[in-house]
Ligand binder design. Structure first.
Ligand SMILES: Cc1cc2nc3c(=O)[nH]c(=O)nc-3n(C[C@H](O)[C@H](O)[C@H](O)COP(=O)(O)O)c2cc1C
Length: 168
């Protein structure tokens, strides 16, 4: 059994959180994992926000359409990309996934909440006083899970091809 693949396969989006806080050393390690994500030409074009303040969590949640659960999170990570970097979106998505998987490795639930393509991207950036050279890429509310929803995954046969694609 491989620890990393077990963590990856045991992850599910969590949208209901317990009220207990996430320890600061855990948050620090999660951010370290974000920082270790690969980036095109190693430019690391990002800023990572850590929001724990309840009033601020509620404000962010209220700005979103499908991120209302942010209000009940113990912490919300906000991932911003430097727009002048060509691959900021890919880079920040890699960092976002690292955050989610690091949280899962600590038994902490989280859920990727869309950012970059949403109308609330700019309002969230302004709310957090992030400079305008950056764009919100994603939000990751996190906390100890109340319950787990199991999302159906597509059948392997429908998504895998070997060597060359062949229509069935
Ligand atoms: C780019 C992206 C944006 C997402 N945005 C939202 C969102 O705004 N709100 C939400 O509740 N979940 C969001 N999700 C989570 C997906 O709904 C979830 O990953 C999907 O339903 C599969 O479930 P699973 O994560 O448990 O495997 C997003 C996921 C990704 C990758």
């Amino acid at each position: 059994m491989n620890v990393v693949t077990t963590v990856i396969k045991s992850r599910h989006s969590i949208r209901k959180f317990k009220t207990d806080p996430i320890p600061d050393p855990v948050i620090a390690d999660v951010i370290e994992c974000a920082r270790h994500a690969p980036t095109a030409m190693n430019v690391q074009p990002w800023l990572f926000g850590v929001v724990k303040d309840k009033a601020m969590l509620k404000k962010i949640a209220d700005l979103t359409d499908h991120g209302k659960h942010i209000a009940d999170a113990a912490v919300c990570f906000a991932i911003f990309g430097e727009k002048k970097a060509k691959y900021y979106l890919e880079d920040c998505c890699a960092a976002t996934e690292n955050i989610i998987l690091a949280l899962q490795a600590y038994g902490i639930g989280s859920c990727w909440v869309a950012g970059e393509k949403k109308e609330y991207a700019e309002p969230v950036r302004k709310l957090l006083d992030v400079p305008d050279g950056y764009a919100l890429v994603s939000l990751v509310p996190a906390g100890n899970p109340v319950d787990i929803e199991f999302a159906q995954k597509k059948d392997l046969k429908k998504v895998l091809f070997r060597e060359k694609f062949k229509a069935e």
